[in-house]
Design a protein around this ligand. Sequence first.
Ligand SMILES: [Zn+2]
Length: 85
Amino acid sequence: MYSFVFFRDKMLRTWLILSATMIVDVDHLLANPIYDPNRCSVGFHPLHSYVAIATYILLLIPKKTRLVATGLVIHMALDYLDCFV
Ligand SMILES: [Zn+2]
C-alpha cells in the first residue's frame, strides 16, 4: 500500500511537470506561422519572453511551485538550445 501511494505521488509530479511544459507551448500555436525553424521561440512568444523566464526562475524558490517551474525552465532551456541548432 505504501509503495502504491508513493508511486501515485510520483506519477502526479511527473504529470504536473509535463503539463506545465505543454501549457507554455500553446504560445507556439498562437504564433503565425505555427512553426518556423528559423525563428527563435525565446523572446518571441509572450510566455517565452525574458520576463516570463525570470518569473519561472523565481517560481523555483517556493516549494509549492518548484515542480512546475522545473518543467517550465527545462522547456525554456530546450527552446533556447533550438536557437543555436
Ligand atoms: Zn516553447
